[in-house]
Design a protein around this ligand. Structure first.
Ligand SMILES: [Fe+2]
Ligand SMILES: [Fe+2]
Length: 141
């Protein structure tokens, strides 16, 4: 289960924070289905929804990063592309019944999302904070 902690995961941009919270919730929904033994319909539907929403979030976030002038946009885009590819691979393996368990997939998803938001997204959060501060200083001169 993923637990939201504003100090670790908050990026200070409200739309992105609420999208991240929704991603946490979608993964937790999957974990819940899994724990209840609902392994087919419900779980695969939740997985599809997560993949769809995740992709939407990535491109939305990239647009915001472009707008605020985040200097590491290209490498952040690459992290998203790699993540998207891996997530798709895992979900596809499940779908075609390759040797992978839901347990492994859920562990992967939780770890990836925790790391990405807590560490990689935290980098643009820092940047955003610093430009906001600068702008405030400018305004007060
Ligand atoms: Fe994000
Ligand atoms: Fe990101």
């Amino acid at each position: 289960m993923l637990k939201w902690d504003e100090k670790i995961y908050g990026v200070g941009i409200p739309e992105l924070d609420s999208q991240h919270k929704k991603i946490f919730q979608l993964i937790n929904d999957m974990v819940n289905h899994f724990q209840k033994g609902e392994k087919d319909e419900a779980l695969s539907q939740a997985a599809v929804e997560l993949a769809r929403y995740g992709a939407e979030h990535f491109s939305y976030e990239e647009k915001i990063l472009e707008t605020i002038g985040f200097p590491y946009l290209e490498s952040h885009k690459k992290l998203h592309a790699d993540g998207k590819k891996k997530i798709r691979e895992y979900l596809l393996k499940l779908k075609i019944g390759k040797e992978i368990s839901y347990y492994e997939v859920l562990a992967f998803l939780q770890e990836w999302v925790e790391k990405h938001i807590g560490r990689d997204d935290a980098r643009y959060a820092e940047f955003y904070k610093s430009i906001k501060k600068k702008n405030k200083q400018k305004a007060s001169v």
